[in-house]
Design a protein around this ligand. Structure first.
Ligand SMILES: Nc1nc2c(c(=O)[nH]1)N[C@H]1C(S)=C(S)[C@@H](COP(=O)(O)O)O[C@H]1N2
Ligand SMILES: [Mo]
Length: 223
């Protein structure tokens, strides 16, 4: 098994993220994905209608920028490209040339993705993982999955997609460890301003504490 540079396999698939100890957001009774931005009219797509678009399975490893990889996951859902071509493109403003897509979760988390990367053939809006409905630890009701990019791209609890004609401002642009705009795992694009391998030890030290905190916030943690 070959992993991208600087990654190590972990057993299982930990809950992980900037949510730390916060429990996953509750799943709304009738969840929807809002699509906004350079459109003639905003789109509201219910998650149940999304699930009726042509479905796809995707076997892939999942790579967190902190250096752990979960291997051999089986995702099911709808290709982002299919959603984009069938739902978004027909409603784009005539003169709009989309360059970036923002994916937002019910917990307020946002990832900014270059359109070309979002349209790659392994990018899915997933509602199932390893034969079961997605659980809340891993992003219920639906999440983005982009296995060729670091995990921070793959917004869990997806509720909003925004289409942009230029690079949207991000909160960490000033930071020396601002995340990379492309985030491609095989190129080790961890950061914008630093070579990927330089930050490996720093991240490795964070994996344990973040895993422990995230598990405490887990839906399954007894409380
Ligand atoms: N909504 C939301 N999505 C998120 C995060 C988050 O904190 N909130 N963390 C990201 C990070 S850094 C990683 S590595 C993956 C972790 O996914 P997992 O919890 O299913 O392992 O989710 C990503 N998507
Ligand atoms: Mo991550």
């Amino acid at each position: 098994m070959t992993l991208p540079p600087g990654q190590r396999a972990v057993a299982g698939f930990p809950r992980f993220g900037t949510h730390l100890h916060h429990p996953p957001p509750p799943v709304p009774a009738d969840p929807v994905i809002e699509i906004g931005g350079a459109l003639t009219e905003a789109i509201t797509l219910s998650v149940s209608d999304l699930a009726k678009l042509p479905r796809q399975e995707l076997g892939a490893d999942f790579h967190c920028v902190a250096g752990w990889s979960a291997t051999d996951l089986l995702w099911e859902g709808v290709a982002f490209e299919a959603l984009y071509r069938t739902q978004v493109e027909p409603r784009l403003k005539p003169d709009a040339s989309i360059s970036h897509v923002v994916f937002e979760g019910l917990d307020g988390y946002r990832s900014i993705v270059v359109l070309e990367d979002a349209l790659a053939d392994d990018v899915l809006i997933a509602d199932r993982l390893d034969g079961s409905s997605l659980d809340s630890d891993h992003g219920a009701p639906v999440r983005l999955v982009s296995p060729g990019q670091y995990g921070f791209v793959s917004t869990k609890h997806l509720c909003r997609i925004e289409l942009h004609t230029s690079q949207p401002p991000d909160t960490d642009g000033w930071s020396p460890i601002a995340s990379h705009h492309r985030a491609r795992v095989w190129q080790e694009e961890r950061h914008r301003h630093l070579p990927g391998r330089v930050v490996r030890p720093f991240y490795r030290a964070l994996i344990g504490p973040i895993r422990a905190l995230s598990a405490r916030g887990s839906h399954y943690w007894p409380r």
